[in-house]
Design a protein around this ligand. Structure first.
Ligand code: KG4
Ligand code: ZN
Length: 331
């Protein structure tokens, strides 16, 4: 009999639902919350309310698109951690109620592990050991994976995440939230060598982005508004270039230190066109096999929760109904 899993993602501001059948993603639906744009960042209270409104229609749509009824489901998966507590509670409560009503197993998924496993949705999958640079709005990690469920963080940010570096830079430039995609857009027309922003000297495989943020702030304070507007593309290209070089230099170091040449990226920032190009270039230079999830599996989505749940299902890793979400959790 085939295994049918419904997965729910509600860690931050997007409500996602996905249906997986025997390891294949049949639907991946998402309701994005636009209410936060006017506040320049995610407002947790508003995020929880929007999840409440969106969760039933998004789940219904995911089941409909997949042609699967609730009664046919083998298990329900949900994002347990990390994330905004109120947001996590909506997804976890929904998943628990449905698992209880249908009397089927519940699978608790770590959001960061799921970002990494987004690389395993495609036909062409990494072999192990595999190194993944996970770059999102809340995390920047280099993860060593020895199997789908055996992962270890070997480097991470000491302050801001890469996505925050993009979003905060964009905010300083007067761009709306989330600024990452906008910097990417403007950077495409700009000269990345025009302005020089410093690269921090952090030992080991850890990252730091707070110094970059400060140098951008000083740079902007020294310029006329008109200058910023007239040179926006070059400024965005130079900022993006620096964020990418900070990330890629550590990834090269991690590959050299571990000897691993199966290398992927994941998380919202892996949607960045400059980073995707840089990974391919470095891959050619160092003889890596590189992996980049499809666009829709980079930013928060439920398909990555579903693929993680599929591995957990096969390993028999189920959660009890007493499982509680965690705002911060290591894996
Ligand atoms: O993984 P994600 O969707 O949510 C978190 O778990 O944080 O990542 C969101 C982050 C935001 O900081 C957003 O600005 C960034 O990913 N992002 C991008 C791009 N698309 C999304 N940053 C740079 N370039 C992009 N194209
Ligand atoms: Zn995420």
């Amino acid at each position: 009999m085939s295994v049918k899993i419904l997965a729910i993602e509600s860690s931050c501001d997007d409500t996602g639902a996905s249906v997986l059948v025997d390891g294949k993603i049949l639907s991946n639906c998402i309701a994005n919350q636009t209410v936060h744009e006017q506040y320049g960042g995610v407002v947790p209270e508003l995020a929880s309310r929007a999840h409440q409104e969106n969760i039933v229609p998004v789940v219904d749509l995911a089941l409909k698109k997949a042609g699967v009824s609730k009664e046919e489901l083998s298990a329900i998966a949900f994002t347990q951690a990390p994330g905004l507590m109120g947001s996590l509670l909506v997804g976890s409560s929904f998943a628990k109620s449905l698992a209880m009503a249908l009397d089927i197993p519940l699978i608790a998924v770590h959001h960061m592990q799921a970002h990494v496993l987004a690389n395993f949705i495609a036909e062409s999958q990494p072999s192990f050991p595999f190194l993944c640079l996970t770059v999102s709005g809340g995390h920047t990690q280099i993860v060593r994976c020895d199997s789908p469920l055996q992962m270890k963080v070997i480097g991470e940010t000491l302050d801001d995440a890469a996505g925050e570096a993009f979003d905060k830079s964009a905010k300083l430039l007067g761009l709306p939230y989330p600024g990452g995609p906008l910097i990417d857009k403007y950077a495409a027309q700009g000269d990345p060598k025009r302005f020089k922003f410093p690269e921090p000297q952090i030992p080991g495989l850890n990252f730091s982005f707070s110094g970059l943020k400060t140098s951008i702030l000083y740079f902007i304070q020294q310029q006329e508004l008109q200058f910023i507007q007239d040179n926006l593309a070059d400024i965005c290209a130079s900022i993006q270039q620096r964020i990418i070089s900070i990330l890629m230099n550590k990834l090269v170091k991690a590959s050299n230190e571990t000897g691993i040449k199966e290398i992927g990226i994941a998380g919202g920032v892996s949607a960045n066109s400059g980073l995707r190009k840089a990974l391919e270039e470095q891959g050619k230079k160092y003889g890596w096999n590189t992996y980049i999830p499809k666009f829709e599996y980079c930013t928060d989505n439920a398909a990555m929760i579903a693929i993680t749940a599929w591995y957990k299902y096969q390993a028999g890793e189920f959660a009890g109904l007493d499982v509680i979400p965690g705002a911060r959790a290591a894996f």
